[in-house]
Design a protein around this ligand. Structure first.
Ligand code: SF4
Length: 199
């Protein structure tokens, strides 16, 4: 529940036992890094969060176009196109989101901020160590990916998807193409629905 402070403050407060829920200064919060220099290494990733709404719009159309090509992927074999598609996905998402190729992308549910960049790889919100300036407790120069995820989600049409609880990461999918997997699942779901409607 929001307490009226910033999200970083709320996350920190949420980590305290009920009786101690008050705003306190921590050693981490007392020593914030120089912000301008710090943010420079994350410029593109932060740009993506700032443009989450436009990227959401683009991704919906992109996913639709890739799904339209399902007959082609199927004819060629999903296994055979995995390698080149994975290469492109890695380059594009690596540049824009510092993607780690977890194989189960949740960017559209996390304000276009990749949760795998969290040093603790949390998939369902921040830990209790977010600094008062909104930075990570492990990497003081890095804005917390979950603070950014919340900001990005507030810009998106379907930003409330951030409230959905994510499953634990399936490590067996690491290094695979999320684009192809989502497409294949959508096509299978669509075919199953069509067969059901036809009977
Ligand atoms: S959630 Fe996974 S696939 Fe999506 S950008 Fe992050 S590491 Fe890459």
């Amino acid at each position: 529940m929001r307490t009226g402070g910033t999200m970083a403050e709320d996350a920190h407060i949420a980590a305290l036992p009920g009786a101690q829920k008050r705003k306190v200064a921590t050693p981490a919060a007392a020593a914030p890094p120089p912000p301008r220099k710090a943010a420079r290494g994350y410029a593109v990733r932060l740009w993506s969060v700032r443009h989450a709404r436009g990227l959401e719009w683009f991704y919906r159309r992109f996913a639709g176009a890739v799904l339209l090509l399902h007959p082609l992927w199927k004819a060629l074999g999903y296994g055979r196109v995995e390698k080149p598609v994975r290469f492109v996905e890695r380059q594009v998402k690596g540049f824009m989101f510092d993607c780690r190729m977890c194989g189960q992308c949740v960017l559209s549910s996390t304000g276009m901020s990749c949760p795998m960049n969290c040093p603790k790889q949390l998939r369902n919100g921040p830990c209790g160590g977010v600094r008062a300036n909104g930075h990570c407790e492990v990497k003081p120069d890095m804005p917390c990916v979950w603070v950014k995820a919340w900001e990005g989600s507030r810009r998106m049409v379907q930003g409330d998807a951030i409230l959905k609880v994510q499953k634990p990461v399936d490590r067996t999918l690491a290094g695979t193409s999320s684009w192809l997997r989502v497409t294949q699942e959508a096509a299978d779901g669509r075919d199953t629905a069509r067969r059901r409607d036809a009977t």
